[in-house]
Design a binder for this molecule. Structure first.
Ligand SMILES: [Zn+2]
Length: 233
């Protein structure tokens, strides 16, 4: 087991290899109830930002996932929740360099939120203790493009109505009203992530109270599929 004290005692003479191993060991420790309790909303957000910085720099941490499975088999204490799109290029655990037991994830095309998802978030925070919620949109989102183009297909037609408020709010964007207009698509994606984050406290008294009591932070963010970087909005 990695001992923090041992690491610091020998830190003057520690080699880079040892320091890397120690960091990896630390990053691979699963979240326990105590560790979750000691995590503030701001530090939960910082853990996600640091994880994305590692991801975008090609420096993700390699962990023994099966060891994490065993370590979390009696319970979970994730530090955050991510609401993301189903897009295959934006898996939240990979994008934020997180693993087993670290984050709750809700995914739906275009990362909008409805009562079912908000109820899930109430569980993840109020009951299961997560300290941060990030609504993660991404560039080149097919759902947003479909909404901009007014696509019609089966139940998708109805689902795309979830983006109407963001389409309305992006009326001032110049250029043609189609997904060929990249500026418009990105404006709708940004607005959609921000409005979804705002809707959480508008709609849920539980989430509103947690934020007011500083037990929870909610943020919107945008993942650039060209670079892997997440920008907080
Ligand atoms: Zn998408």
């Amino acid at each position: 087991m990695f001992s923090r004290r041992a690491f610091f005692i020998s830190s003057a003479a520690v080699s880079f290899a040892t320091a890397s191993a120690a960091t990896a060991q630390d990053a691979c420790s699963v979240f326990t109830p105590d560790r979750q309790k000691a995590t503030t909303p701001e530090s939960a957000l910082q853990l996600l930002k640091d994880g994305n910085a590692r991801f975008a720099a090609g420096k993700t941490v390699n962990c023994d996932l099966l060891a994490q499975v065993r370590a979390t088999s009696n319970g979970q204490s994730p530090f955050a929740v991510v609401v993301g799109c189903i897009d295959s290029r934006v898996p939240p655990e990979l994008v934020f360099d997180q693993r087993i037991g670290d984050v709750f994830v809700a995914r739906v095309a275009g990362n909008f939120v409805n009562d079912d998802i908000i109820g899930s978030l109430e569980f993840a925070t109020k009951l299961a203790g997560a300290k941060a919620i990030v609504v993660l949109g991404h560039t080149e989102c097919g759902a947003i493009k479909g909404a901009v183009d007014g696509a019609k297909l089966g139940l998708l037609t109805k689902m795309l109505e979830n983006f109407n408020p963001s389409l309305e709010a992006s009326r001032a964007v110049e250029g043609e009203r189609s997904s060929k207009n990249k500026k418009l698509v990105q404006a709708v994606a940004d607005t959609n992530a921000v409005l979804a984050a705002k809707k959480l406290t508008d709609r849920s008294e539980i989430l509103r109270d947690l934020v007011a009591q500083k037990q929870l932070v909610i943020a919107a963010a945008m993942h650039d599929i060209g670079t892997g970087s997440v920008k907080f909005l």
